[in-house]
Design a binder for this molecule. Structure first.
Ligand SMILES: Cc1cc2nc3c(=O)[nH]c(=O)nc-3n(C[C@H](O)[C@H](O)[C@H](O)COP(=O)(O)OP(=O)(O)OC[C@H]3O[C@@H](n4cnc5c(N)ncnc54)[C@H](O)[C@@H]3O)c2cc1C
Length: 247
């Protein structure tokens, strides 16, 4: 955008001359959110781990967790500690474990834009999390599945009681209010230079070359048009390796 590539109105507002109009630059921002978390007080001391306390991720079909085919739409993560968003209070170390829960394919889309021509001018970043019914409802379903696992027989020896959101939190409004407080980023923002065929709705083509320019490519997370189910780094490495091999 600072080079003059983007939506003319956005560039003009930031005081940058438009050299190449590409309205999709900065649009389509999306990310994985995690609910932190469905926390349980433990019946016995939870020992420290060698894995940053983050033990495992489980990807599920929310309509039928027994189905293994197709892209999973929710994720659960097991943390051997009380893991909560800022503003929520975790139990003491060693006294709790957590099931994180999240939506793998959000339909909400945010955007980013420059606010001025200089690098020192902070961009505006609007992640627009949880803007769609799909995302809010799937998030509630993810929490329900976390609770199902948390209440399961396999954890009987570890579970004393649910600490967050707490047994009283059951109706839709209360669940949504809890999710709004508990949601944190999984650090996977993508999409602001999305790949596609049409210069009106995308920024780079299938070879990662910027539409309409002969000598400019983008090779990073911003070209991902629609986020992977899981963490994105492996997909990025594959993209970068294949770009390097064919460039
Ligand atoms: C805390 C955290 C944890 C994560 N954990 C995981 C995980 O467990 N698994 C997973 O798959 N993904 C994880 N991710 C996501 C993953 O790390 C990122 O999606 C990925 O690194 C993005 O790759 P990128 O190439 O798009 O950008 P980056 O990896 O951010 O690379 C951009 C590079 O450009 C450089 N740069 C910036 N500006 C300039 C400039 N003006 N001139 C020259 N160089 C510049 C930066 O220094 C940087 O090296 C995590 C991210 C975070 C923040």
């Amino acid at each position: 955008m600072r080079s003059g590539i983007g939506a003319p109105s956005v560039l003009q507002a930031a005081g940058v001359s438009c050299h190449h109009a590409l309205p999709a630059v900065g649009e389509n921002l999306h990310d994985h959110l995690l609910g932190a978390g469905n926390v349980y007080l433990a019946r016995q001391p939870v020992p420290p781990t060698r894995l940053q306390h983050s033990e495992s991720l489980m990807y599920l079909n929310s309509a039928d967790p027994g189905v293994a085919e197709g892209a999973p739409d929710v994720v659960l993560g097991c943390v051997a500690a009380g893991s909560v968003a800022a503003g929520l209070t975790p139990p003491a170390p060693g006294s709790a474990f957590t099931l994180l829960f999240g939506v793998t394919h959000p339909s909400s889309r945010g955007r980013l834009a420059i606010t001025g021509p200089d690098r020192g001018a902070a961009p505006v970043i609007d992640p627009a999390y949880l803007q769609t019914d799909h995302d809010r409802q799937t998030f509630i379903r993810a929490l329900q599945l976390a609770r199902m696992v948390g209440a399961g027989k396999a954890l009987d020896a570890w579970r004393e009681a649910e600490y967050l959101p707490g047994a009283a939190v059951t109706d839709t409004a209360a669940l949504q209010a809890f999710i709004a407080r508990a949601a944190i980023t999984h650090h996977h923002p993508v999409g602001t230079c999305q790949m596609g065929r049409d210069a009106k709705t995308s920024v780079v083509d299938g070879d990662l070359k910027v539409h309409g320019l002969d000598n400019l490519w983008v090779v990073d997370a911003s070209v991902i048009p629609s986020i992977t189910s899981g963490p994105i780094h492996a997909a990025l490495l594959a993209m970068a390796e294949s770009f390097a091999a064919h460039f």
